[in-house]
Design a protein around this ligand. Structure first.
Ligand SMILES: Cc1cc2nc3c(=O)[nH]c(=O)nc-3n(C[C@H](O)[C@H](O)[C@H](O)COP(=O)(O)OP(=O)(O)OC[C@H]3O[C@@H](n4cnc5c(N)ncnc54)[C@H](O)[C@@H]3O)c2cc1C
Ligand code: FES
Ligand code: FES
Length: 469
């Protein structure tokens, strides 16, 4: 039996755990405000707020409920547009009206939910953050300028927000209905479900790949819902390694102080991964096991020379991530093996890391080619190198030969040029919707050069590299 709060109502339900939250709210609860657009996480028409107890307070995130299994709602507060409405238009709704941010209105619900989620964050609002909060919402008619202006108006209405108690402040200012203040004590009363993992069940994380690939099948499929396994959401430092729990989402990784400390460009890099609602749902294990040749998290962590820690029948096995992929969507794991942790050696001061991604549009798009590099240097010499690249072969590729070649070489344009010749032989791109094979070869070269230009700007420029080519 699943238990959660939907808007202001406690729900107890034995509806199949694999049903999407979208179908549950529209067809079981007859709340038709939440719209169905793409059912693939792309359009944001189905955006809801998902609130969880974080210490004493509720923490809310946006999620696209077309991909969210009902099991992942247990013990949480799910808020649809009906649960946001106050007696008058709230400031987000008023701003959309005032700025002409809505025409047919199909997308508007999703925008309002995302904007409301943004208001609830425990930090002061800025225009850029407000606009970024609707990065998972698509509008086909209005044009984004009026929506951006509405975001600007909303930011003004959040001036001097009490960031220590944002929900109480928002209720007082008419952004949220009063019942929000009752949610935390009511959520505390819900018992956590015991996760019983059964050997032949399919592991499900956030559902952002599975519910795109096989939505019908997932409804009644026997599944191990792992998303809320608290232990495996942890991001910690232990014995010289950084461990990331398999159920950590891209947002968890982006917000982890430990990761921010070691990866100064983390915010910029992670924001190239999907959109805010998808980052709030998609887990690192899901990204690795989906085995897409262009999986961003996979490429990111391959260059960190990471290990995957898998569990089978209670026993753990440690495997180098670069040995995990045997062929297209073929992994060195049994279907019942569960990924528990990802670990990599804590970066040192002599190590330099860079991640690059090229897609048809900068945000909310999958890569044509992506690549990451970790270079350890002593003086002018590379002492160790790990290079990964996606979109140029059947698997997320670790460049064994290129990485080995770079070891003990001087950091010069000639070294990079020679390494690029080896890279050319290690990749095998094909022509597809994301570009021709030749285009992807060109991107592979540019991204490889970009690592060196970005990491060692005093030694390289695009011209110096292109001149030697
Ligand atoms: C609109 C949209 C945009 C996207 N954009 C990007 C993008 O820019 N970059 C990118 O890399 N990806 C992108 N994705 C893909 C997806 O969000 C990621 O791959 C995500 O990390 C998948 O995680 P999940 O938890 O949702 O996986 P799920 O769908 O839950 O699972 C995926 C696979 O992993 C298996 N699995 C899950 N957890 C475990 C575990 N602990 N142990 C063993 N197996 C497990 C499942 O059985 C399944 O085979 C996008 C998806 C959508 C819908
Ligand atoms: S219906 Fe388009 S994101 Fe869910
Ligand atoms: S107002 Fe019509 S899709 Fe946005």
């Amino acid at each position: 039996m699943l238990q959660f709060i939907l808007n202001d109502e406690m729900i107890n339900t034995d509806v199949a755990k694999g049903t999407t939250v979208l179908d549950f709210v529209r067809y079981h609860q007859h709340l038709r405000g939440t719209k169905i657009g793409c059912r693939e996480g792309d359009c944001g028409a189905c955006t809801v707020l998902v609130g969880e107890l974080d210490g004493k307070n509720m923490r809310y995130q946006t999620m696209t409920c077309c991909l969210m299994p009902l099991a992942n709602a247990h013990g949480k507060h799910i808020v649809t547009i009906e649960g946001i409405n106050t007696s008058n238009l709230n400031p987000a709704q008023q701003a959309m009206v005032d700025e002409g941010g809505t025409q047919c209105g199909f997308c508007t619900v999703g925008f309002i939910v995302s904007m409301t989620g943004f208001c609830m964050e425990d930090e002061q609002a800025t225009y850029d953050k407000a606009v970024a909060s609707v990065d998972g919402n698509i509008c086909r008619c209005t044009g984004y300028k009026s929506i951006e202006r509405a975001c600007g108006c909303m930011v003004k209405s959040l001036k001097n927000k009490n960031v220590n108690s944002p929900i109480d402040w928002l209720i007082k200012k008419g952004h949220l209905p009063a019942y929000f203040s009752t949610i935390a004590p009511r959520i505390k009363l819900i018992k956590k479900e015991k996760t019983v993992s059964t050997k032949n069940n399919i592991p499900v994380g956030g559902g952002t790949d599975l519910y795109v690939q096989r939505p019908e099948e997932m409804i009644d499929k026997a599944a191990n819902h792992l998303f809320d396994s608290v232990k495996y959401k942890d991001i910690k430092s232990k014995g010289g390694y950084i461990y990331i729990g398999a159920e950590a989402t891209a947002t968890d990784i982006l917000q982890a102080p430990l990761m921010q400390k070691h990866f100064p460009s983390l915010d910029e890099e992670m924001k190239l991964v999907s959109s805010t609602p998808i980052r709030n749902m998609g887990t690192i294990a899901g990204n690795f096991v989906n085995a897409s040749p262009i999986g961003d998290l996979t490429i990111y962590f391959l260059a960190l020379n990471s290990d995957v820690i898998l569990e089978r029948n209670g026993k753990e096995r440690i495997l180098a991530l670069n040995k995990f992929y045997l062929g297209y969507k073929k992994l060195d794991k049994k279907p019942s093996d569960v990924v528990r942790w990802i670990r990599f050696k804590k970066p040192t001061k002599t190590q330099h890391y860079n991640f690059e991604k090229v897609c048809k549009r900068t945000y909310l798009d999958i890569a044509s080619v992506n690549s990451a590099a970790l270079i350890t240097k002593k003086g002018n010499k590379i002492t160790e190198a790990h290079i990964s690249i996606g979109g140029v072969g059947p698997i997320p590729t670790y460049l064994f030969k290129t990485s080995a070649f770079l070891k003990e070489k001087a950091i010069t344009p000639e070294t990079v040029e020679q390494a690029h010749k080896i890279l050319e032989k290690e990749i095998s791109p094909i022509s597809d919707a994301r570009g021709s094979a030749d285009y992807k070869r060109l991107l592979a070269r540019q991204l490889f050069f970009a690592h060196f230009i970005d990491l060692f700007p005093a030694k390289f420029s695009l011209t110096s590299l292109l001149l030697t080519h």
